[in-house]
Design a protein around this ligand. Structure first.
Ligand code: DX5
Ligand code: ZN
Length: 217
């Protein structure tokens, strides 16, 4: 069954000096949700956004907040991202055990928050097989996490295809995505496309978002 394709602009590529207006711009341009990259300088070599910023982002947009945690010990911070107004929380399988992820997922689901698991390009699907039954989405990284503006890694495509054949939930992809790669990824089975520099770097954000959403073939 083909699901609706959703586009999630990654604010990491926005101008943080005018974050509220940049967010409004992608909201008006037709974004389906907003991708928020949380990095701690431990799991990845960069530091970005914390719960205080998410809380203020919550005030300036109606878009669902798709929070991508690239942090060590995510279970210690989940409550704060929930209080800040997250709608979806994705954790990396490299940072949490399957058993602990299950515990957190059940808590989040009771609160009406969608739960995702993410995996790095080098992490095999076998690492997430045991959690597929209780997550809403799998975020397949198409770059090594840490920075926006990196080059898409094509070697992850077979992983997306294989995942599609065993998982009915949403498949999100993240990293180096433009409208051309979106077509390839949608054909491989992706439903949610996170994209930073391609969308925020575009003068006409509506066209950029539409190009991703309607990419295929
Ligand atoms: C990478 C982040 C991505 C990134 C996407 O660590 O998780 O969400 O910001 O930005 P682009 O589309 O520029 O790769
Ligand atoms: Zn991300």
């Amino acid at each position: 069954m083909k699901k609706r394709i959703r586009v999630s602009p990654s604010v990491l590529s926005a101008d943080f000096g005018s974050l509220a207006s940049q967010i409004k711009e992608v909201e008006v341009a037709g974004a389906d949700m907003l991708h928020i990259d949380v990095m701690d300088g431990q799991f990845v070599p960069n530091i970005t956004i914390g719960p205080v910023v998410v809380k203020d982002i919550r005030k300036v947009t109606r878009l669902p907040l798709d929070v991508h945690l690239m942090i060590a010990n995510p279970e210690l911070y989940i409550d704060r991202f929930v209080e800040a107004g997250s709608d979806m929380i994705t954790m990396h399988i490299e940072t949490i055990s399957g058993a602990r992820l299950k515990k957190e997922a059940l808590k989040l689901k009771k609160l009406g928050i969608k739960v995702g698991v993410s995996l790095n390009p080098a992490t095999p699907l076998s690492k997430i097989k045991s959690v597929l039954s209780f997550v809403d989405l799998v975020l397949v990284m198409t770059v090594n996490p840490g920075f926006s503006g990196q080059k898409f890694i094509p070697a992850v495509l077979p992983k997306i295809k294989r995942l599609r054949s065993i998982f009915d939930g949403d498949i999100a992809v993240d990293g180096g995505i433009n409208h051309k790669l979106a077509a390839v990824l949608i054909n491989a089975g992706a439903d949610i496309l996170a994209s930073g520099s391609y969308i925020f770097g575009a003068k006409d954000k509506k066209t950029a978002i539409e190009r991703i959403r309607h990419a295929s073939g």
